[in-house]
Design a protein around this ligand. Structure first.
Ligand SMILES: Nc1nc2c(ncn2[C@@H]2O[C@H](COP(=O)(O)OP(=O)(O)O)[C@@H](O)[C@H]2O)c(=O)[nH]1
Ligand SMILES: [Mg+2]
Length: 247
C-alpha cells in the first residue's frame, strides 16, 4: 500500500506565499483572478526563465451531488454553480499549478486535466469509464461531510481502482462541504481511522471560492507532490529493470 508523504516533503509548502514565486503565479492570474486556460492555452514565461511543464490526467470520482463539478471549478478558480444539475457527460477542466521542488530548487508547471463525469452518465454509457480510466495518473475520491453514505461508500469506490494495472495511479480522498459544519455527518475520528486504514491522504475543502490561492494550495500541492513522487518511483524501478537486464 502507498505510503502517505508528509506535506511539504517534496514540494515547498505554501510557496504561493513567497515573493520569489510571484513571477510564476502571476502567469495563472488575469486581473487578480485566476486565468481560465482553454485546451490549447498555457502560461508563458519570459525566455530567460525556462520552466518545464508536465501533463497529468486526474479523474474526479464520487456519487451524484457530492461536489465533483464544484471541486473542478474551485481548483480552476471559477465560480461554483449554486444549483446542482447532474453533469450530462464528461467535462474536462485544465488547471496549471507552479511548484518548487525542495531538493533541487527546480520549478515546474503542473498541467492537470481534471475529468469530471456525471454518475448517471457513467452508469448509462459503458464506454465512458474506460475512457476516463485510460492513461489516468490520479483519482480524487470524493465524499461529502454532509452525507454519511458517501463516506461509507469510499471503500467500494477505491476498490474499483485497485487492480494491478492501476497500481501506479495516485489516489487522494477529498471531503467536500467542510464549511457546512452544522450539518456535518462524518466525525473527525472516523476520518482519522479511515486515513490510517487506507494509508491515503485525506483533504477537506468547502466554502466560498477565495481570490487568493489559500483554499486550493493544500490540495494542489498534495496532488502534485504525490504525482511527482509516483513518477520518481516509476522512473527508479524502470532504471532498476534496465540495470538488471544489462548485467
Ligand atoms: N456549501 C457547499 N456547497 C457545495 C460544496 N461543493 C459543492 N456544493 C454544492 O453541492 C451541490 C452539488 O455539487 P456538484 O459539484 O454539482 O455535484 P456533482 O454532482 O458531484 O458534480 C451544488 O449545489 C454545489 O453548489 C462545498 O464545498 N460547500
Ligand atoms: Mg457534476
Amino acid at each position: 500500500m502507498a505510503q502517505v508523504l508528509a506535506p511539504g516533503s517534496i514540494v515547498v509548502a505554501d510557496w504561493h506565499r513567497c515573493n520569489e514565486s510571484k513571477q510564476y503565479f502571476s502567469k495563472i492570474l488575469h486581473r487578480k483572478r485566476r486565468r481560465h486556460f482553454g485546451l490549447l492555452e498555457f502560461p508563458v514565461m519570459p525566455p530567460h526563465v525556462p520552466v518545464d511543464t508536465i501533463h497529468y490526467k486526474v479523474f474526479i470520482s464520487g456519487k451524484s451531488g457530492v461536489g465533483k463539478t464544484a471541486l473542478a471549478a474551485r481548483l480552476a478558480g471559477l465560480n461554483i454553480p449554486n444549483v446542482h444539475y447532474e453533469t450530462t457527460g464528461i467535462e474536462t477542466t485544465v488547471v496549471y499549478w507552479p511548484v518548487k521542488l525542495r531538493e533541487s530548487g527546480r520549478v515546474l508547471f503542473f498541467r492537470l486535466q481534471l475529468w469530471d463525469c456525471g454518475e448517471n452518465a457513467l452508469r448509462r454509457f459503458d464506454h465512458l469509464l474506460p475512457s476516463c480510466k485510460e492513461q489516468v495518473d490520479a483519482v480524487l475520491f470524493l465524499f461529502s461531510f454532509t452525507d454519511r453514505t458517501s463516506f461509507d461508500d469510499l471503500s467500494n469506490q477505491i476498490a474499483k481502482w485497485t487492480d494491478t494495472t492501476e497500481d501506479r495511479v495516485v489516489k487522494l480522498v477529498v471531503g467536500t462541504k467542510f464549511d457546512l459544519f452544522m450539518h456535518c455527518d462524518v466525525a473527525e475520528r472516523d476520518v482519522k481511522v479511515f486515513q490510517k486504514t487506507w494509508s491515503l491522504p485525506v483533504l477537506h475543502i468547502g466554502g466560498e471560492v477565495s481570490d487568493g490561492f489559500g483554499d486550493v494550495a493544500p490540495l494542489l500541492n498534495c496532488l502534485t507532490e504525490q504525482l511527482w513522487h509516483q513518477d520518481c518511483v516509476t522512473a527508479g524501478s524502470a532504471n532498476y529493470h534496465l540495470v538488471q537486464e544489462t548485467v
